[in-house]
Design a protein around this ligand. Structure first.
Ligand SMILES: [Cu+2]
Length: 155
């Protein structure tokens, strides 16, 4: 009964190396800027790398929030607004950064368990069907929060 499994185990590594081991696409440097207001969405940032073949990011999901959307900050006629984006091309051997002031994730309803853990796992859906699981560090807004009106009154 064991023989077929052993054979398969020997054949599989050969089949993989025949493909030339292309560098895969991946995502790193993921973090979440937690909103100081629980009713407002938090922002998510990361860097997507295209690997040897390039790919497309089609969406991001997580079990630790109600909803995740991909957005882009755009300036039009002196006004800064956000637009939802459906997919992002990640060039071969290149990278695309989601960073403050540009592309970002809007994360609605971050789960309390994730907040107390300080991280949340996210699933990045790639065009080739890959699902990349990445832990994003959650940064709490302490210190970065906008000054309260009371602070201004004291001055
Ligand atoms: Cu947004």
């Amino acid at each position: 009964m064991r023989a077929p499994f052993i054979l398969f185990a020997l054949v599989a590594p050969l089949a993989l190396s025949a493909c030339g081991d292309p560098a895969p696409s991946y995502v790193d440097q993921a973090w979440v800027r937690l909103s100081p207001n629980k009713d407002a969405p938090s922002a998510g940032y990361f860097v997507a790398h295209g690997g040897d073949a390039g790919t497309q990011l089609r969406g991001v999901m997580t079990d630790y929030a109600l909803k995740v959307e991909m957005h882009e900050t755009v300036s039009k006629d002196g006004m800064t607004t956000m637009e939802a984006i459906d997919s992002v091309d990640i060039p071969a051997k290149g990278q695309v950064a989601f960073a403050p002031g540009g592309k970002h994730l809007m994360i609605f309803g971050v789960n309390d368990t994730a907040i107390s853990r300080g991280k949340m796992q996210m699933t990045f859906l790639m065009a080739n069907g890959d699902r990349l699981l990445v832990d994003a560090v959650i940064r709490k807004p302490e210190g970065a929060a906008a000054p309260k009106p009371a602070d201004n009154a004291a001055n």
